[in-house]
Design a protein around this ligand. Structure first.
Ligand code: SAM
Length: 202
C-alpha cells in the first residue's frame, strides 16, 4: 500500500509514509472486509460511511504537517484509522464523530490496536471542540460547502485546517492556514468525500 498507492503517487513526507506503514489498517475495517483493507478505495464501515482511501488519509496527514507533541482535532472519526495515523505522527489527537455507533466502535478499535491515547468524542465536529481548542491542526474527513468558520477560529496562529470544500458530488481538498491577515488557502487538489452533516456543514 505504502509503495504502490502512496509513495508512487507523490506522498513525499517520510514520516507519513512510515506512520501509515505502522498502523494495521485491517484492524479498523469490518471483519468481513479485512481482505479489502489495503485496496485503493474507500471501504464501507456501516451507517452509509466509509474508511477513507489510503491515499486520501496520507494526503490529509501530509497537508496537516503535524509535528510530534502538537494538538490535532480529527473531524469525522469513522473507523478511527486516520486518528491512529495522526497518533503515530506523535500528535495529541482528539477525534469527533456524530454517529454514536461509529464513535463507540472506533474507540474500541483504537484501544485494541494500541492507540488508547486518542480521545474520541461524540458530537457535531463542524463546531469543533471548543473545550480543547486551540489546535495546531484540524483535519476534516467529510465535505463542507465552505471552510467552517468555527473550526478556523479554533486554530492557533499559523495552524492548518485541512478540509474538502465543494458540493456533494465533487470537492477540492483545501489547506487553510490561519494568518494575521485572515484565512489563506495554500493548497488545493480534487477529491470526493461524504458530506459533513452539521451546523456549519450541509
Ligand atoms: N477518517 C475516517 C476513517 O479513517 O475511517 C473516515 C471518515 S468518513 C469518510 C467521514 C465521517 O465523518 C463519517 O463517519 C461521518 O459520520 C462523519 N461526520 C460527518 N459529519 C460529521 C460531523 N458534523 N461531525 C462529526 N463527524 C461527522
Amino acid at each position: 500500500m505504502v509503495a504502490e498507492q502512496l509513495d508512487a503517487r507523490g506522498i513525499r513526507d517520510p514520516r507519513v509514509l512510515e506512520a501509515m506503514g505502522r498502523v494495521p489498517r485491517e484492524a479498523f475495517t469490518d471483519e468481513d472486509d479485512r481482505k479489502r483493507a489495503y485496496e485503493d478505495i474507500p471501504v464501507q464501515i456501516g451507517w452509509a460511511q466509509t474508511i477513507s482511501q489510503p491515499y486520501m488519509v496520507a494526503l490529509i496527514c501530509e497537508a496537516a504537517a503535524v509535528r510530534p507533541g502538537q494538538k490535532v482535532l480529527d473531524v469525522g472519526t469513522g473507523s478511527g484509522y486516520q486518528a491512529a495515523v495522526l497518533a503515530e505522527l506523535g500528535a495529541e489527537v482528539f477525534s469527533i464523530e456524530r454517529i454514536r455507533q461509529l464513535a463507540e466502535r472506533a474507540e474500541d478499535k483504537l484501544v485494541t490496536a494500541g492507540y488508547g491515547q486518542v480521545t474520541v468524542v461524540l458530537g457535531d465536529g463542524s463546531l469543533g471542540l471548543p473545550e480543547e481548542a486551540p489546535f495546531d491542526a484540524i483535519t476534516v474527513a467529510a465535505a463542507a460547502p465552505e471552510p467552517p468558520p468555527t473550526l478556523y477560529d479554533q486554530l492557533v496562529a499559523g495552524g492548518r485546517l485541512v478540509v474538502p470544500i465543494g458540493n456533494r458530488r465533487a470537492q477540492r481538498l483545501e489547506v487553510v492556514v490561519r494568518t494575521p491577515e485572515g484565512p489563506a488557502v495554500v493548497h488545493s487538489v480534487p477529491c470526493r468525500f461524504v458530506p459533513l452533516v452539521g451546523e456549519e456543514g450541509y
